[in-house]
Design a protein around this ligand. Structure first.
Ligand code: AMP
Ligand code: MG
Length: 341
């Protein structure tokens, strides 16, 4: 007899990540339900990508604006030709090179994928996650799985199943209890439908790696302030926000340090509890913050600030190279104020 350990909270099943539990999770997806599952980037909230009603319920569970498209997750490269209408050579090349991994490719959407997945756009973002549990789940479900991050809309993305439970207990059918996410920051979204490849959202796969692979320069779309048409729809919202206001200090290191000290003194005098994020001062050495480690812990730190009840968070700029580009993107989105010194 196979025993599946099942814990249920407010209608949400907490499932293990063993094969039997994954079969149960896959059955839920097949029936149009919602399952939160681990990937190497962040936890995703998955539904059958071919089921428009199921996909709509993802938006409802997260409180996600209807114009923010989802990413379609595959367990097999061969599924790509069903999901996308045209697959340029560069897409094939990049999928071969970087999948499974933190790279989502934006391509022309096929009829197989309902418009709801892409919030009505004619394109679709697609990737193959580098996580055995995610791959097994998608494989067992027998359909591509549409999934955004498994957080309440606007909150920091979840990098542990506990974060998912904090935000979505009672709102989804099941959460898979698995290990924390290795990369900790979402996938790089690369648009291959335009005249040149364009990063719509920096993420786990560094721009440099893409440029090296394609042997050409790749642009990064920058949203214009108040732009009605953001490059990547999801990017127009304030995002990844902890409860406390976050001040991001950018500029030269010595100046940043002085600004940080001034601010810290001011808020301490006011009796505020201050949360410091990525402050290299701790280490005394310049650039001693390991960007990969910071990326892996960033959302967790932001959530911990809430639990600790800090009144104000102060964060410092990191280098824009490698995964630093994604870290800075998220910090800017989370910030209530960016101070340049
Ligand atoms: P999430 O997984 O929660 O980070 O959400 C998926 C992200 O992928 C959102 O920020 C979207 O803007 C982006 N995305 C998904 N599909 C597309 C698409 N077809 N075109 C541009 N961006 C997309
Ligand atoms: Mg998200």
């Amino acid at each position: 007899m196979v025993i599946i350990q099942v814990v249920q909270t407010k209608g949400t099943l907490l499932l293990n990540d063993n094969r039997e539990s994954l079969a149960k999770a896959a059955a839920i997806i097949k029936q149009g339900g919602l399952v939160a599952f681990p990937t190497e980037t962040v936890y995703g909230l998955g539904a059958a990508a071919t089921n428009a009603e199921a996909v709509k319920s993802i938006f409802a569970a997260k409180g996600r604006p209807a114009d923010n498209p989802l990413i379609v997750h595959l367990s097999d490269r061969n599924q790509l030709s069903r999901v996308a209408r045209e697959i340029p050579d560069e897409a094939k090349f990049l999928a071969d090179k970087f999948w499974p991994g933190p790279l989502s490719l934006v391509l022309q959407r096929s009829e197989y994928i309902p418009a709801e997945v892409s919030a009505g756009l004619p394109t679709v973002a697609v990737r193959m996650p580098d996580h055995p549990v995610a791959l097994a789940l998608i494989d067992l479900a027998g359909v591509p799985v549409a999934a955004p991050s498994a957080n309440k809309s606007g909150r920091p993305s979840p990098t542990s199943y506990r974060h998912v439970l904090e935000d979505l207990t009672g709102k989804v059918d099941a959460v898979i209890r698995s290990s924390i996410c290795k990369i900790g920051i979402e996938s790089t979204v690369l648009d291959l439908t335009g005249p040149v490849p364009l990063i719509l959202r920096p993420g786990g796969l560094p721009r440099e790696d893409l440029e090296k692979a394609l042997d050409r320069i790749i642009g990064v779309a920058v949203d214009r302030i108040n732009s009605l048409q953001p490059a990547s729809p999801g990017m127009k919202y304030r995002h990844y926000t902890p409860i406390a206001p976050l001040i991001l200090i950018t500029g030269r290191e010595t100046m940043r340090r002085q600004m940080l000290n001034q601010l810290a003194r001011y808020y301490r005098r006011k009796g505020f509890v201050i949360g410091l994020l990525n402050i290299s001062m701790h280490h005394r050495l310049k650039d001693n913050v390991d960007p990969e480690k910071l990326a892996a812990m960033l959302y967790s730190y932001l959530r911990r600030m809430d639990v600790a009840g800090v009144d104000i968070i102060i964060a410092e700029e990191v280098s824009f190279s490698g995964i630093g580009l994604a870290i800075m993107n998220r910090l800017k989105k989370a910030a209530t104020r960016v101070l340049r010194v």
